[in-house]
Design a protein around this ligand. Structure first.
Ligand code: KG4
Ligand code: ZN
Length: 351
């Protein structure tokens, strides 16, 4: 039974948690949103520098909130891929240093595996196999979760990720950064049928469409053209209706693919992860669609949807329980397929 201190710095949150198996003991997130807001998006260099400034106090706070000292910690983990290289380096270096100083095993964790494991924090009894719909700022994936470290990619996006589409459309609507929560808020007051928008589809060489892959760049361009046209007539945009129409199109597209995929593969549970899993429209629509097909749909609490340390700690604890330990020579990688997670561990280190 492993208790892990875990660090997540793949993008713009400096996050540290202590997790005992699937139980979150503390979860501290030092958000950089106010720092990046003035630039309209994450500036990688600024993100790394801010992680350096914040990391030590965030680690200390996570231990204090967990009311644990180093004797109770069995391993130290950090996200090592994928993400912004400079940001990842800060968390990984801190975790390795703590592992050496306190003589604990060190584990590098794949960020997307963390998003999958966020579900276990609120549903500790859940066991694979299940389908994970992972929707974040960088990914839109349908992942067949077979076991700890054993994943198959069944669907993805050919262009923008779902969260990226939310952020770009929010910029078009002058809503600032981050765009997802702003669109979600406004969509609640808008008419989702006001503007019919095209759902992106991926054509197959022999006709028909890919059942699980998504595309959001055409939708984003359609919103851009619509905004340009509307602004010609009236500079006051109907932002609520635009937000609602856009969100509804994304939500329907994701729901259709996730349900089809689960049914085709005979998986009766869909676990949703990533920042876009916080979206109220997706939570409502996918829950309802799942119920009508006798599928269990699990959304983590909002604090575990967006980037956090607890999800990384939960994945790390599961690996540590299986004797998976990373070498201290492990580096960071800006890209790494989730199917390559086991390359991060060296079994000989646990003997
Ligand atoms: O998982 P996450 O925190 O970071 C990545 O790994 O990318 O996801 C961030 C993304 C951003 O694009 C943000 O706009 C989106 O999640 N997001 C939302 C909501 N909250 C965050 N998108 C739609 N509705 C929300 N409520
Ligand atoms: Zn993430």
């Amino acid at each position: 039974m492993a208790c892990v201190l875990a660090i997540e710095t793949s993008c713009d949150e400096t996050a540290v948690a202590v997790v005992n198996n699937r139980r979150c003991c503390s979860n501290v997130v030092a958000s950089q949103i106010p720092v990046h807001r003035r630039y309209g998006g994450v500036v990688p260099e600024v993100a790394s520098r801010t992680h350096v400034e914040t990391i030590n106090e965030t680690i200390a706070q996570a231990l204090v909130e967990a009311q644990l000292d180093w004797d109770a910690i069995d391993g130290v983990a950090a996200t090592c891929a994928p993400g912004l290289v400079g940001s990842l380096m800060v968390g990984l270096t801190a975790a390795k240093t703590l592992a050496i100083v306190h003589q604990k095993p060190f584990l590098g964790v794949h960020h997307l595996e963390g998003h999958i494991y966020a579900t276990y924090l609120s549903e500790p009894e859940l066991e694979p196999p299940f389908l994970c719909l992972l929707v974040s700022g960088g990914h839109t994936s349908l992942i067949y979760v077979k076991n700890c470290g054993d994943y198959e990619m069944l669907g993805g996006t050919r262009d923008d990720a779902a969260g990226e589409a939310f952020d770009k459309v929010a910029r078009l609507l002058h809503l600032g950064y981050p765009g997802g929560p702003a669109i979600d808020r406004l969509a609640k007051e808008g008419n989702s049928k006001a503007f019919p928008l095209p759902e992106g589809k991926i054509s197959l060489p022999n006709g028909g469409y890919h059942p699980y892959d998504s595309s959001f760049s055409g939708l984003k361009t359609a919103v851009l053209r619509l905004v340009q046209k509307l602004e010609q007539d009236n500079p006051d945009l109907p932002v609520r209706d635009l937000a609602a129409s856009f969100q509804d199109t994304v939500v329907r597209s994701l729901t259709k693919r996730a349900i089809a995929c689960a049914l085709d593969y005979g998986l009766n549970t869909i676990a949703v992860g990533g920042g876009v899993a916080a979206n109220s429209g997706l939570r409502k629509h996918l829950q309802a669609a799942g119920a009508s097909h006798n599928l269990r749909v699990i959304f983590p609490p909002l604090k575990f949807c967006t980037d956090n340390g607890a999800m990384i700690g939960c994945a790390a604890a599961e690996h540590l329980n299986r004797g998976h330990i990373s070498p201290l020579t492990l580096g960071v990688q800006s890209r790494l397929s989730i199917t390559k997670v086991m390359e991060l561990y060296d079994f000989s280190l646990s003997r």
